[in-house]
Design a protein around this ligand. Structure first.
Ligand code: NIG
Ligand code: FE
Length: 398
C-alpha cells in the first residue's frame, strides 16, 4: 500500500551529506525540507519533497497530516554495540566509581572476563530474552538499525551461541535491522594460550561463522593487554579472505596505530580512537574507513574524548555510536551520545546527524539503503514527537 506523510515541520533527507560522502559537512547539509512530505510503500521511499509539490499520482495515497508539528528523520543507526551478554558488572562499576581504573579491574581477571563467565553459563534463551529487552530500549530511542558484536564467549561454542541470538532477534523484531559482528578477539580467554586461541579463531570459528552465515563483520580489540597489531592483522586478513567485512576496536586505551591498520586493510570502520595519532588521522582521511566515535565510553571511563574536530577537519567520515556494553558504557541512549558529540566534542548539526545516519550506514555497508530519506532508500524513517530535530539531543538523557 502507498502511504504519505504530509506537512511535516521538516524532513531531514540527508541528501547534502550523501553528495559529500559524509566529509567536511556544513550544518545545512542535513538538507531540511520545510513543510515536507514523504511517500512510501512497505519497502521503499517513493518520493520526498515540499508538501505543495506532492505529485498528483500520490494524492490518493493513504495520508497522515503532521500539521507542521513533527519532523521526519531517517531511522537512527547505532553502528557499534555489544548487545548480547549475561550477568552484571554493577559491583565493578562501584569500584570504578570509587576511583579504581578499568584496566586495573581487568588486570585482576575482572572486566570482560567477568562477563565471559556469566555468558558461558547462560542459555541461548536467557541471552535472547535480555538482548530483546535491550533492543526494544534502543528502539524507543529511535534506533532502527543496530550492530551487535559477539565477544563475551571467547570460545568456539559460546561465540556461536551469541551470534545465534542475533539471528533470533532478527526474527523477533522485523521492524529493526540487525548487523552481526564476530568479535572473538575481544580478550584472551582464561587458562588458554593466546596463540592457541588465535589459531582456533582463524581455523575453526571464522570458517564456521561464515559457513553458517552468522556474521557479516569481523572485529578485533587491538590494545595494550589485549591483541597486538600483528595478531590483529593476522586475524583480520584471514577474515577478509573468507569474505568478512572488517572493523577494529582501535586506539582506545592506548595508541597502537591500529587506526592506521584499519585504513590499510580497508576496514569499514575504526572504532573508539580515544588515543589516535595524527599520522593515523591522516591515513583515515584518505580512506573510506569510517571513524566511529563512542563518546559515552570516554564519559563512562572518565578519560578524554576522541579528538573529533581533528578527525573531521582532516576530512574523515565520522559515525557516532553507543558502544553499549556492561563495562565501559552501559547505555543504549544514542541521542545522549549525540548530545555529548555536540557539547563535548564540538561537532556541528550535520556532523552529528550524519554520525547516526549516513556515516553509520557506511560503517555497516548499508549506505545504499539506510541513512537517508530519498527515493529508492528503505522506508526506514521516524516521525519525531516534536517539530525540530535538535530536540532529540537537546533533551539530554530523556
Ligand atoms: O568497546 N573495548 C573493548 N570492549 C568494550 C568494553 C567491553 C567490556 O568492558 O565489557 C568497549 O569498550
Ligand atoms: Fe566496543
Amino acid at each position: 500500500m502507498i502511504r504519505a506523510f504530509i506537512h511535516a515541520s521538516k524532513v531531514l533527507t540527508g541528501e547534502g551529506i550523501l553528495l559529500k560522502e559524509g566529509r567536511m559537512l556544513k550544518p545545512e547539509d542535513v538538507s531540511a525540507i520545510d513543510d515536507g512530505a514523504v511517500v512510501f510503500d512497505e519497502k521503499k521511499i517513493l518520493w520526498v519533497g515540499p508538501t505543495r509539490e506532492l505529485p498528483k499520482k500520490y494524492q490518493r495515497a493513504k495520508t497522515t497530516d503532521l500539521r507542521k508539528k513533527r519532523a521526519i528523520i531517517p531511522g537512527l543507526i547505532d553502528s557499534h554495540t555489544h548487545l548480547v551478554f549475561a550477568g552484571s558488572r554493577a559491583a565493578e562499576f562501584a569500584r570504578r566509581a570509587a576511583g579504581e581504573s578499568y584496566q586495573k579491574i581487568a588486570g585482576e581477571g575482572g572486566g570482560i572476563l567477568t562477563t565471559v563467565r556469566a555468558t558461558r553459563s547462560a542459555s541461548v534463551q536467557d541471552l535472547f530474552q535480555s538482548a530483546l529487552k535491550r533492543a526494544l530500549i534502543a528502539y524507543r530511542f529511535g534506533v532502527r538499525t543496530i550492530e551487535c558484536k559477539s565477544g563475551y564467549g571467547l570460545d568456539h561454542a559460546t561465540e556461536l551461541k551469541c551470534l545465534e541470538v542475533v539471528k533470533h532477534l532478527r526474527q523477533a523484531l522485523p521492524q529493526m535491522t540487525f548487523v552481526s559482528t564476530y568479535l572473538g578477539a575481544h580478550a584472551v580467554p582464561e587458562g588458554v594460550k593466546k596463540s592457541t586461541y588465535i589459531d582456533e579463531i582463524i581455523h575453526r570459528t571464522l570458517p564456521e561463522v561464515k559457513r553458517k552465515g552468522l556474521a557479516e563483520f569481523c572485529d578485533v580489540f587491538i590494545d595494550e593487554g589485549y591483541y597486538t597489531i600483528q595478531e590483529g592483522e593476522r586475524i583480520l586478513r584471514a577474515a577478509k579472505k573468507l569474505g568478512f567485512k572488517l572493523k577494529i576496536h582501535a586506539d582506545e586505551l592506548g595508541n597502537t596505530q591500529s587506526t592506521r591498520l584499519a585504513a590499510k586493510l580497508q576496514a569499514h570502520s575504526a572504532d573508539h580512537l580515544l588515543c589516535v595519532s595524527d599520522q593515523s588521522i591522516r591515513s583515515l582521511a584518505k580512506a573510506d574507513t569510517v571513524a566511529t566515535l563512542l563518546p559515552g565510553t570516554a564519559l563512562y571511563l572518565k578519560v578524554p574524548y576522541a579528538p573529533a574536530r581533528k578527525i573531521l577537519d582532516a576530512g574523515a567520515r565520522v559515525a557516532i555510536a553507543t558502544d553499549f556494553n556492561p563495562g565501559s558504557c552501559y547505555s543504549l541512549n544514542l541521542p545522549l551520545m549525540m548530545n555529548l558529540s555536540a557539547m563535548q566534542m564540538g561537532m556541528n548539526l550535520a556532523e552529528i546527524f550524519a554520525g547516526v545516519t549516513y556515516s553509520a550506514a557506511c560503517a555497516l555497508g548499508l549506505e545504499q539503503s539506510k541513512g537517508a530519506i530519498l527515493p529508492g532508500f528503505d522506508s526506514d524513517f521516524i516521525v519525531l514527537p516534536y517539530a525540530e530535530f535538535e530536540e532529540l539531543y537537546y533533551r539530554m538523557g530523556w
